[in-house]
Design a protein around this ligand. Structure first.
Ligand SMILES: O=C[C@H](O)[C@H](O)COP(=O)(O)O
Ligand SMILES: C=C(OP(=O)(O)O)C(=O)O
Length: 401
């Protein structure tokens, strides 16, 4: 896939470079007219070298969302997967569908082949548990880092620090097309203003991460998303930060972004009413207990918001020990089976192979196939157990409702 993505990206970059040269030429042509209208002449050239872009060492053209979408179009099958899943997840969250949403998959995508094999597994799990669970695949190609580390497949698809972002964006779209063509809906984390446009129509669920939840620009952006959106509590454990994000994203906004051609644009949004809290725990400890769910419900009710909670079994809730995810899930399954209606979804970090490995960007070829290069994950066997226990909890809740 990376070879194809590279060829596509190189062709698109060539077109984009020529288009940009034409825009520059048109602006230069316009200059005398503008100067004439303003009554100013062309002043002497000014040296800006130490004032402008002083710390930028490279500024290169990148493929535009419109160009990538035109050469990697969505198929009927992909569109059907996303459309149906967005409706299903929305209904699970608003309570008209009594199933649970489960967002399972690798902490981060780094190898398209392994990601597709994992998607095949989830396609089978969706078939097995469809009556009780709406299962989505974590297809996270952007990673928010605490300090400095590999930022994800979209930014460095060759895992070697070459940072061919155009290739990463094309490959991300190709991968999400393939996954949705298998009938598996995609979940992602949108990290900036530009990346979501490259995967337009492919993402069912966007989880705004703990490190971005207080960011006004993130809240503005998702207020216009067609997908379902969730908000993690902050890394320090603030549930209020997620509740405030829900309120902010439900409102319409006017803000600066770019259009599909990568040109600066003013965006006007309707607000997104699907927003909900994702409890992910904190460094100080987990927040999935009955008491935490009750506290979250109270905070939501106090703001007049629906009492809807998704719980991330990983991160602060597992204290980054992947083996603890099953304990978290068992507790949640107990709460669900006991009739707790506010829990509408569970997130799990899972991969073909258990655990994690360090990525050495000098030797990306030495990685173990199917094993996370970011947070540790549970393997397929444990994931099967997790899904079976959650499905059983839904059935119990249904029969006792
Ligand atoms: O989900 C993955 C990580 O927890 C997140 O990207 C932060 O990673 P880091 O703390 O290892 O940088
Ligand atoms: C980065 C993630 O989580 P969080 O924002 O909760 O740390 C994630 O889910 O990949």
């Amino acid at each position: 896939m990376l070879e194809q993505a590279t060829q596509v990206a190189d062709l698109l970059l060539d077109v984009q470079t020529r288009v940009n040269a034409r825009i520059d030429a048109a602006l230069i042509e316009l200059l005398p007219e503008v100067q004439g209208r303003l009554g100013v002449g062309e002043g002497p050239p000014v040296d800006l070298v130490d004032l402008v872009n002083a710390r930028i060492t490279g500024l290169s053209v990148v493929v535009t969302p419109a160009a990538v979408a035109s050469v990697v179009p969505l198929s009927e099958a992909s569109v059907g997967t996303t459309r149906t899943a967005r409706r299903a997840v929305t209904e699970v969250l608003d309570g008209t569908d009594d199933r649970l949403t489960v967002i399972a998959g690798p902490c981060s995508i780094h190898d398209p082949a392994a990601a597709l094999e994992y998607a095949g597994f989830l396609a089978r799990m969706r078939e097995r548990h469809g009556n009780d669970l709406e299962i989505l695949m974590r297809t996270y190609t952007e990673k928010p880092r605490t300090e400095v580390d590999w930022k994800g497949f979209a930014y460095d698809p060759f895992l070697d620090g070459s940072s061919r972002i155009s290739v990463g964006l094309v490959a991300t779209r190709m991968l999400m097309c393939r996954i949705t063509e298998l009938g598996v809906p995609v979940a992602a984390e949108p990290l900036n203003a530009l990346t979501p446009q490259y995967v337009n129509g492919l993402v069912t669920y966007n989880g705004v991460g703990a490190r971005n939840v207080t960011d006004q620009t993130a809240r503005e952006r998702v207020s216009g998303f067609s997908s379902v959106v969730g908000f993690k509590n902050s890394p320090e454990g603030s549930i209020d930060a997620a509740v405030q994000a829900i309120v902010a994203a439900r409102a319409p906004h006017e803000f600066l972004g770019v259009d599909a051609h990568g040109v600066s644009a003013q965006l006007s949004t309707t607000g997104n009413e699907t927003g909900h809290v994702i409890l992910r725990g904190a460094k100080a400890g987990p927040n999935y207990s009955r008491a935490h769910i009750a506290e979250t419900k109270a905070k939501l009710a106090a703001r007049g918001l629906p009492e809807v909670v998704v719980v991330d079994a990983s991160h602060g809730n597992s204290q980054k020990d992947h083996r603890r995810q099953i304990e978290v899930v068992r507790d949640l399954a107990g709460q669900v089976a006991g009739g707790e209606r506010a829990i509408r979804g569970v997130m799990v970090e899972s991969n073909l192979v258990e655990g994690r490995q360090d990525l050495d960007q000098r030797h990306p070829d030495r990685l173990t196939y199917g094993c996370s290069v970011t947070d540790a994950c549970v393997d397929l066997g444990t994931t099967e157990v997790i899904l079976a226990e959650l499905a059983e909890a839904v059935r119990v809740r249904r029969t006792t409702a």
